[in-house]
Design a protein around this ligand. Structure first.
Ligand SMILES: *[C@@H]1O[C@H](CO)[C@@H](O)[C@H](O)[C@H]1NC(C)=O
Ligand SMILES: *[C@@H]1O[C@H](CO)[C@@H](O)[C@H](O)[C@H]1NC(C)=O
Ligand SMILES: *[C@@H]1O[C@H](CO)[C@@H](O)[C@H](O)[C@H]1NC(C)=O
Ligand SMILES: *[C@@H]1O[C@H](CO)[C@@H](O)[C@H](O)[C@H]1NC(C)=O
Ligand SMILES: *[C@@H]1O[C@H](CO)[C@@H](O)[C@H](O)[C@H]1NC(C)=O
Ligand SMILES: *[C@@H]1O[C@H](CO)[C@@H](O)[C@H](O)[C@H]1NC(C)=O
Ligand SMILES: *[C@@H]1O[C@H](CO)[C@@H](O)[C@H](O)[C@H]1NC(C)=O
Ligand SMILES: *[C@@H]1O[C@H](CO)[C@@H](O)[C@H](O)[C@H]1NC(C)=O
Ligand SMILES: *[C@@H]1O[C@H](CO)[C@@H](O)[C@H](O)[C@H]1NC(C)=O
Ligand SMILES: *[C@@H]1O[C@H](CO)[C@@H](O)[C@H](O)[C@H]1NC(C)=O
Length: 458
C-alpha cells in the first residue's frame, strides 16, 4: 500500500518537528513547518563555559550523546545561550535542534588538533585542497534524519583566518574543514543563524534530500581564499531562500562530484529552488554551477537574485573529463550591480583530482535560461566558451538588459555554443540567434519559458 507522502511524514515524526507537505516541483513553495521540540537542555548543563577560551568540544559531544535518547520522544533541543562557546568538531544526531540564542557564538577552534580527520568523500576521491583525507567540519551530520540548526540569529564563527593563511602558505596537512556538513541526511534545516569566517565552505549538504536553508547571513572577507557559502552537492529537493551571502569565492555553488569519482558515485543534484537571496562573490560567481558536476545537475530554479560587487554573476564551469550534465536551469528576475562578468559558462575549468580521469568523458550543458535580468556597471555581458566535441546548447536569453561600464570593448564572447535570444541589450553574438514571438516555437528553451505547467517543462 502506498501512503500519501504528507500522511507518511506526519506518522513518522508524530510528535515533531519537520513536517513537509506533498512533494512538488519547487521546494520553497513547499517548505516544512518547524515546530518546537518537546524537550530542551542547555549546553551549560554539560559543563560548557562561554568565555571564548575554554574548549567545549566534550560538552557538545556529551550533550548530543545524551539527547540521542530523546529521538523516539519527538527529539530534543540543545540550547546555546549568549556567550562565546569555543569548540572543535562535533557530530549531531537525528531529531535534534541546535538552537543559538541571540548573542550566542559558537567559535571554531584555531588549533587543527581539535578537528577530527575524516576520509575523503567518495564522489571526490580526495580533499578539495589536497589529496588524501580532510578535516571534518565543525558541525557534522552523518546519515541523520530531521535535524535543525536555528535560533535568534546566533552566530557560528569559524575563525577561518588561520586556515586561510595555511592554505595560502601551503602548510595545510589536510584539506580545510567546513562549518556545517550534512552527509547522507534527509530533512535538515538551517535558519535564523549567521555564519562568519568559514575555513572553506559554510553549509555543505552532500548526498542529502530535503534541505531547507532560510533566513541566514553568511560573511567571509573578500580576500579569504575559496570560501563558499551554501553548497548543495549531489543533493536533491533543496530550498535556499531569504538569505544574504557574502564570501571570497562562490556564494551559492551547486555541485555533484569530481571527474571519475563523481561519475562512479553517480548522484546528481536536482530539484533545487533558490529564491530571494542577496549575493556577493569577490573572486568567483555569486551563483555557480560546478565546476565539480560529474554526477549531473538538473532542474534548478533561481529567482529574485540580487547580485552585486562580484567577479561573475551567474557562472557555469565544466571541463573535458567531468562527464555528467548541467541541464534545465532557469535564472529569473536577476538584478546585478558592479559585476565584472554578468554571465559566464566555460568548458575549460581544467582542475582534476588526479591524472586518472577519462579525457573522453564529455560533459553536457543544455537548456539554460536567463530571463528578466537587469544589470548596471557590468564590464563583460556574457562569456560562453563551450567544448568543441560537446558544444553548449539551448542557452536562452530573454529580456536581458545590461548597462556596460564605459571603457569595456567586448560585450559577449561566444564559441561552441548555440541558443536563442529575445530582447537582449547589448545585442548578443549571432550564436544566440534572435527570435521573435512569431518564430519562438523553433527553440527548445521556449517550451520551458512559456510553459505555465512547470512539471511538463522539466
Ligand atoms: C563523528 O562522525 C564521524 C562520521 O560518522 C565518525 O567518524 C567520528 O568518529 C564521529 N566522532 C565522534 C566524536 O563521535
Ligand atoms: C534518506 O532517504 C533515502 C531515500 O528515501 C533512504 O534510502 C535513506 O535511507 C534515508 N536516510 C536517512 C538517514 O534517513
Ligand atoms: C529572520 O531572522 C531574524 C533574526 O533571527 C528574525 O528576527 C526574523 O523574524 C526572521 N525572519 C523570518 C522570516 O523567519
Ligand atoms: C543577524 O545578525 C547579523 C550580524 O550578526 C546581521 O548582519 C543580520 O542582519 C542579522 N539578521 C537578521 C535577519 O536580523
Ligand atoms: C602537520 O603535521 C606535522 C607532522 O605531524 C606537525 O608537526 C604539524 O604541526 C602539522 N601542522 C598542522 C597545521 O597541523
Ligand atoms: C526565525 O525566527 C523568527 C523569529 O524568532 C521565527 O518567527 C521564525 O519562525 C524563525 N524561522 C525559522 C525558519 O526558524
Ligand atoms: C563598477 O564595478 C566594478 C566591479 O566590476 C567596481 O570596481 C567599480 O567601482 C564600479 N564602479 C562604480 C562607479 O560603481
Ligand atoms: C524585463 O525584466 C525586467 C526586470 O526583471 C522587468 O521589470 C520587466 O517587467 C521585464 N519585461 C517584460 C516584458 O517581461
Ligand atoms: C570551439 O572551441 C575550440 C577550442 O576549444 C576552438 O578552437 C574552436 O574554434 C571553437 N569552435 C567554434 C565554432 O567556435
Ligand atoms: C526569427 O525571426 C526574426 C525576424 O523575423 C529573424 O531575424 C530570426 O533570425 C528568426 N529566428 C529564428 C531562430 O529563426
Amino acid at each position: 500500500m502506498k501512503m500519501p507522502v504528507a500522511l507518511f511524514l506526519l506518522l513518522a515524526l508524530s510528535n515533531a518537528v519537520l513536517v513537509f507537505g506533498e512533494e512538488t516541483e519547487w521546494e520553497c513553495d513547499n517548505k516544512p513547518i518547524l515546530r518546537q521540540r518537546p524537550h530542551s537542555v542547555s549546553i551549560v548543563e554539560f559543563g560548557a563555559v562561554g568565555d571564548g577560551k575554554t574548549l567545549n568540544t566534550l560538552a557538545f559531544q556529551n550533550a548530543i550523546f545524551y539527547l540521542k535518547s530523546f529521538a523516539d520522544k519527538g527529539g530534543a533541543q540543545l540550547y546555546v545561550p549568549a556567550g562565546k562557546w569555543l569548540t572543535g568538531s562535533f557530530n549531531l544526531t537525528s531529531h535534534l535542534t541546535l538552537f543559538l540564542e541571540k548573542d550566542a557564538v559558537i567559535l571554531g577552534s584555531q588549533d587543527p588538533t581539535h578537528w577530527e580527520v575524516a576520509s575523503p568523500l567518495p564522489s571526490y576521491g580526495r580533499g578539495i585542497d589536497l589529496p588524501g583525507p580532510r578535516y571534518q567540519s565543525l558541525i557534522n551530520g552523518y546519515m541523520l534524519y530531521d535535524v535543525i540548526i536555528t535560533g535568534h540569529n546566533g552566530t557560528i564563527d569559524g575563525q577561518g583566518s588561520t586556515w586561510w593563511d595555511k592554505y595560502n602558505s601551503h602548510s595545510l596537512n589536510y584539506s580545510r574543514p567546513h562549518l556545517v556538513e550534512f552527509i547522507s541526511c534527509n530533512y535538515t534545516a538551517v535558519s535564523n543563524v549567521t555564519f562568519l569566517n568559514a575555513p572553506a565552505y559554510n553549509i555543505h549538504p552532500v548526498y542529502c534530500s530535503y534541505v531547507l536553508v532560510q533566513n541566514i547571513s553568511v560573511f567571509a572577507p573578500s580576500e579569504s581564499p575559496y570560501t563558499l557559502g551554501v553548497v548543495p552537492d549531489s543533493s536533491d529537493s533543496v530550498c535556499i531562500e531569504d538569505s544574504s551571502i557574502v564570501v571570497g569565492y562562490d556564494a551559492i555553488s551547486v555541485k555533484s562530484g569530481w571527474d571519475e569519482y563523481g561519475i562512479a558515485y553517480g548522484r546528481p543534484s536536482s530539484n533545487i529552488h533558490i529564491r530571494s537571496v542577496t549575493l556577493k562573490s569577490f573572486s568567483g560567481s555569486s551563483l555557480a554551477f560546478g565546476s565539480e558536476m560529474s554526477g549531473g545537475i538538473s532542474d534548478v530554479r533561481a529567482e529574485q537574485l540580487f547580485i552585486s560587487n562580484s567577479h561573475s554573476g551567474i557562472g557555469f564551469r565544466t571541463a573535458k573529463g567531468r562527464g555528467g550534465y548541467i541541464k534545465n536551469i532557469i535564472a529569473d528576475e536577476v538584478e546585478m550591480e558592479n559585476v565584472y562578468m554578468a554571465i559566464e559558462a566555460t568548458g575549460q575549468s581544467e582542475s582534476h583530482p588526479d591524472d586518472k580521469y577519462d579525457k573522453d568523458a564529455l560533459p553536457l550543458l543544455n537548456g539554460i535560461t536567463f530571463q528578466n535580468v537587469v544589470g548596471s556597471n557590468i564590464s563583460l555581458a556574457g562569456s560562453f566558451t563551450g567544448i568543441q566535441e560537446s558544444p553548449f546548447t539551448s542557452v536562452c536569453l530573454l529580456n536581458v538588459s545590461l548597462s556596460i561600464a564605459s571603457g569595456s570593448s567586448a560585450y559577449w564572447v561566444c564559441s561552441n555554443v548555440s541558443g536563442l535570444s529575445q530582447s537582449v541589450v547589448p545585442a548578443p553574438c549571432p550564436d544566440l540567434a534572435s527570435i521573435t514571438p512569431s518564430n519562438s516555437s523553433s527553440g527548445s528553451c521556449f517550451s520551458l519559458l512559456y510553459s505555465n505547467t512547470r512539471s511538463s517543462a522539466l
